[in-house]
Ligand binder design. Structure first.
Ligand SMILES: [Cu+2]
Length: 477
């Protein structure tokens, strides 16, 4: 690692990451000792029960539980191993992973390993439901070069939004065999929102009611915002310390636009792992299902900075929430009174992302997002919408023709964004989520290296997905 750092041109975060001083940050207030907030602790890890090298074997059970998601109120939830969010699947590139899954829910479910490149039979799509009381082993080998932040959640036919809203989501962290970033404190930030009745019941209105109709059209959102299942938690950081935050948008409909008030962040990665080089950002938009890795730096001793959700208008005017343009606080970053950390050097070059060869493209697909439909259809599991074969490289041109954003997700295969509305993507990255803003077009390139099967592509606003805004990509051997 030291050789690498000597060879690279380096940047010291203190000169670039912290763009403003505390004096210019009205939201930075002296730290208090009120102790009201709890620490935004990372969720527990799934325990590896295998003794074999390079093997991760875990037990995961989905079941009804009663948990306190808000202070003083309990709610009936669906939980993985009794936790919301579920415990984190922590693996390394090259690991063979086996998940012994048990469905103790009163309804069919699946576990979809969002973003992971794996065999069709382990994708946890609606093609492979696990009935109540049944068990199923999911198995895959973590592909080299895919270190990054992923997540798992149910993907049953027409019930995904309900199941995630009830509490079924958890993180997957894939560590690199050779990580270019120096070791540092890592935090998971799993963002979600929810809505409750006064007795604590999670609010899923009758689909035939006015509120049910708004949820179906808009994508169900809730007024309460959570980080790792906690409201307004605190993350402690030493002055000058750099932390690596892995942020996951696990909400059913809300697109987050996060910012560290008055500061910049250094984004180092997205869905499929690290960028080629860090990118300084004032804020970043995370569509449903999308992830980001950012580096943040502790300010002066005794200061606090808010991580906020800034307004982002993904909505159609018909169903736009009245408070859509209100900035909301997510968590407090609190600099401790400990002595400052020693300076840390972040490489300016992270890894090589090899561009997919667009001269080898075998097909160009046109995907039209309407409101709740793709290419004029709703989902039919007996229909194949796109047929291709292993080894093909394709460009998908995805156009959103309506006045509401629709985040695109492709199962099984990471893609690269070529351009958005004709503007070349400024950096190379591996993605499995791409927000397609209202009345816009994006082009992606994807190669189906292996794993034949029937793969889903869909809008990740879960109410849209559940009502059929989804298609089937068949990759033939
Ligand atoms: Cu949609």
């Amino acid at each position: 690692m030291s050789d690498r750092l000597i060879l690279l041109t380096v940047l010291v975060l203190s000169s670039t990451l912290v763009a403003s001083t505390t004096a210019r940050e009205p939201l930075n207030a002296p730290a208090t000792s009120s102790g009201v907030n709890t620490d935004a602790s990372n969720p527990p890890l799934l325990v590896n029960i295998s003794r074999r090298p390079h093997t991760v074997e875990v037990n995961l059970t989905a079941a009804v539980a009663r948990l306190s998601l808000q202070p003083g109120v309990t709610s009936e939830v669906f939980a993985y191993n009794g936790h919301v969010p579920g415990p984190t699947l922590d693996v390394r590139e090259g690991d063979h992973v086996v998940i012994h899954f048990k469905n103790n829910l009163p309804e069919a479910t699946t576990v979809h390993w969002h973003g992971i490149h794996l065999p069709f039979e382990s994708d946890g799509s609606p093609f492979h439901p696990i009935q109540p009381g049944e068990t199923h082993d999911y198995a895959f080998t973590v592909r080299s070069g895919t270190a990054g932040t992923y997540w798992y959640h149910p993907h049953p036919d027409r019930r995904t939004g309900f199941a995630i809203g009830k509490g079924l989501f958890g993180a997957i962290v894939v560590h690199a065999a050779d990580d270019p970033l120096p070791p540092m404190n890592e935090k998971l930030l799993i963002l979600s929102d929810n809505r409750f009745l006064t007795d604590g019941t999670i609010d899923f209105p009758d689909p035939a009611s006015h509120h049910g109709g708004v949820d179906e059209e808009n994508g169900r959102e809730g007024p309460l915002l959570f980080v790792n299942g906690q409201m307004m938690p605190t993350i402690s950081i030493r002055s000058g310390e750099i932390q690596r935050w892995r942020v996951i948008n696990a909400s059913a409909g809300r697109i987050f636009r996060i910012a560290l008030a008055g500061r910049t962040m250094l984004q180092v990665g997205t869905d499929g792992g690290l960028f080629e080089r860090p990118l300084e950002v004032k804020d970043l938009i995370l569509a449903t299902g999308e992830r980001a890795e950012v580096l943040v730096k502790g300010g002066a001793v005794g200061t606090r900075t808010l991580l906020q959700n800034l307004p982002y208008d993904r909505y159609s005017p018909n169903t736009r929430p009245v408070d859509w343009n209100v900035t909301r606080d997510l968590l407090t970053l609190e600099t401790t009174s400990q002595s400052p950390s020693a300076p840390m050097v972040i490489p300016t070059s992270l890894r090589k992302v090899v561009p997919l060869d667009t001269t080898k493209v075998t097909a160009v697909r046109t995907i039209i997002f309407g409101q709740g439909i793709i290419n004029g259809h709703t989902m039919d599991m007996a229909r194949v919408d796109v047929s291709t074969h292993v080894g093909a490289t394709e460009i998908w041109e995805i156009t959103n023709v309506v006045g509401m954003d629709h985040p695109f997700h492709l199962h099984g295969f990471q893609f690269q964004v070529l351009d958005r509305d004709g503007v070349k993507e400024p950096y190379l990255a591996w993605k499995d989520m791409l927000n397609i803003p209202k009345h816009s077009t994006a082009r992606i390139v994807v190669r189906y290296d292996d794993y034949p099967g029937k793969w889903m592509f869909h809008c990740h606003i879960l109410d849209h997905e559940d009502h059929g805004m989804m298609g089937v990509l068949e990759v033939k051997p």
